[in-house]
Every structure is written in C-alpha cells, then in structure tokens.
Design a protein around this ligand. Structure first.
Ligand code: ATP
Length: 324
C-alpha cells in the first residue's frame, strides 16, 4: 500500500529511548519512533520480539523502565488520564465477558468511561455501524463467532471515539474470510484514526498498513513503507531455470561464459536440470543465457527471476521466520 493522502500530519505518538525490563529480561531496548495522524502502522516481529510490551506501554497498561513517550504532546506518565481518553486498545487475547449480551457489554464498557444516556446511544450507533454489529447486538458474546468477537473487541476499544487505535494481533486465529473482513474494517477505521497494529502475518501487514516497523530482540531493525524497505534491503536476484538437453558440466560452464553470475544449484529434474543463478540487478544476464542456450541447441523450459519479498527481508533482518 502507498501512503494515503491526509491533510493533517500531526505527530501523535513520539517514543524516545524506550526501555522495558522485566527483571533480567530486556524486553525493549532503547527504541525510538514517531507516528503521525492518519498513519496505519504495522508492528512486526517474531515471538518475544517486544511488540506486545511496547503496545501495552503505549496504551498505559504498563509503565516503562525508562524513556519518554508523548501522545499528542502529552506525557504518558504525567498525563495518563487524559491520554487514556485518546487511546483505544485491543489486547492480544481480546478479553470479553462471554456471558454478557453484546449490547450490555458495550453499555458497560461505555459507562466505565462515563458515557451514558444520549451520549451512549450515539456512541453505540457509531460503533455498531463501523464494526458491523447489528446482527449480533442482542446475542450473548459467547455465542458469537471468533470474527464477530474480534469486532466486538474493536467496538469496546472504540466506544469512546479515540483518536488512536492500538491493536495487538487483531487477526490471529481468524479464518481467511474473517481476516479479509477485519482487514477492511481496520483500513476503514484508519481513514479517521491513527492505527498501530501488530501482527505475525506478513501478508496481512502488507495488505493493511502504510508503514512497517520491524522489531527484533527489543530493537527496531527497520522502519518504512513496504516498498522502501524492499528497495533498501533487497539483495541479489535469484534466477530459476529449467533446461532440457544439457549436461551438468556444460551448464556449469555458463559461469565462465557470462560475467557476474553465480550458479548456486544444478539439480537433475523431471525434464532435464533445474538451475539456480544469482546476479546483481544491474547485471541482468537473461539475454546472454537465452542466446547461449539456443546456440547450444538446448531447450529452455522455464526462466523465472525472483527478488526478495518482505518475508525474505524480515528473515534477513531478524534471522527468523515470521511465523516463529
Ligand atoms: P508474541 O508475539 O509472542 O506476543 P511479542 O513480540 O509481543 O511476542 P513480548 O510479549 O513483548 O513479545 O515479550 C518480549 C520479551 O519479554 C519476551 O522475552 C517475553 O518472554 C518477555 N516478557 C513479556 N512479558 C513478561 C512478563 N510479564 N514477565 C517477564 N517477562 C516477560
């Protein structure tokens, strides 16, 4: 996704040298970032990277060991009361009262925030519309599907119309249809609010957010739009070939015939050989390879270049697979 147009780009979240230790565990190690109004930002990291800890601190559920956090220019510790009015937080586990009717749960959540009477009716109308809860409003929470429970969790997080939504793994455990629904919902909410969401699911992050922050071992290792991150961190291009009618030895000679390529693999395949060649983007060897193959009267069955995607970059930066 590209950056969406947005008129006001006020810095809403500013994090400076944030450190959080749990006893000897250094969960977050001096991270810095800021997020402006109107951004949808994805917080990406493997298990234990420090995502939930950071989100809990930003939501006011945990205090930092040290460092400064400003939300809309207010200090997260000194002005915690004011800040809580600006933030809607959906925790990873989405804790809901299963025995309550959805309407009652929303009323209860609103009342805790001092939203009653006419104000509650208006707030209810808004979140029911935004989160698509009409059909389940009078059902027990426990009788709703996981996708609806996630919508209910979101509605509870938004009942006070916060400027900032912090969502910890909002799509984990949902089926593919529910993921698409929640993604659309989050994208729509992002038109009006700053959204900071964490996820393990790379495709999800890629499809939903404008900007990605990758955290590893409590440190930020990358921050930028998907496109920029791929451009900055991508390595060589891997070319995959399927060649018929050649011997392994002859294929190996391509390395001597063409400058700046490296053959990483030549394996026997069903029709001939599967070959993997690595090269720098600026030294594209495909034309030369094609000419040599035709001159040698071999048959080229397949030629596919593949450059790093976000998953490869994530692995490079963190040394881990995303679904760790
Ligand atoms: P996950 O995707 O698994 O939720 P995460 O990126 O959200 O991981 P955190 O939950 O923030 O990571 O954990 C960061 C580190 O802090 C981990 O090493 C974790 O074991 C540790 N940790 C988290 N909460 C506590 C706690 N209450 N007490 C002690 N250590 C904790």
């Amino acid at each position: 996704m590209g950056q969406r147009p947005f008129c006001k780009r006020n810095k809403m979240i500013e994090v400076k040298n944030l450190i959080k230790n749990y006893g000897p565990v250094k969960a977050v190690q001096a991270i810095n970032f800021s997020i402006s109004d109107g951004e949808i930002v994805g917080f990406l990291g493997a298990n234990g990277a420090g995502k939930s800890t950071t989100l809990k601190i930003l939501s006011g559920y945990l205090t930092q060991t040290s460092g400064q956090i400003k939300i809309n220019n207010l200090d997260i510790i000194k002005d915690s009361h004011e800040i809580k009015k600006m933030i809607g937080y959906l925790p990873e586990s989405n804790p809901l009262y299963n025995d309550m009717v959805v309407y009652d749960l929303l009323e209860f959540t609103a009342n805790i925030r001092n939203i009653t009477g006419e104000k509650f009716k208006q707030a209810l109308h808004t979140v029911v519309e935004q989160c698509g809860l009409k059909g389940v409003l009078h059902k027990n929470v426990g009788a709703c599907s996981k996708g609806y429970k996630q919508r209910i969790g979101l509605a509870c997080a938004m009942i006070h119309n916060p400027k900032i939504l912090i969502l910890d793994e909002p799509v984990t455990g949902l089926d593919p249809n529910q993921i698409v629904e929640i993604r659309e919902l989050i994208k729509n909410l992002g038109k009006e609010k700053l959204v900071l969401m964490s996820s393990h699911i790379l495709q999800e992050i890629e499809a939903t957010v404008d900007r990605i922050i990758i955290i590893d071992n409590g440190q930020i290792v990358a921050d930028g739009s998907t496109k920029k991150l791929i451009k900055k961190h991508k390595g060589n291009i891997q070319l995959s070939l399927e060649i018929k009618g050649a011997t392994k030895e002859k294929i190996k000679k391509l390395e001597d015939q063409i400058e700046n390529i490296k053959i990483n693999k030549i394996n026997k395949s069903q029709f001939g050989h599967h070959v993997e060649i690595e090269y720098l983007e600026k030294n594209d060897p495909r034309e030369e390879i094609f000419k040599i193959i035709t001159k040698s009267k071999w048959i080229l069955l397949e030629m596919n270049p593949k450059s790093d995607n976000l998953e490869d970059i994530f692995r490079k930066l963190t040394g881990k697979n995303i679904k760790a």
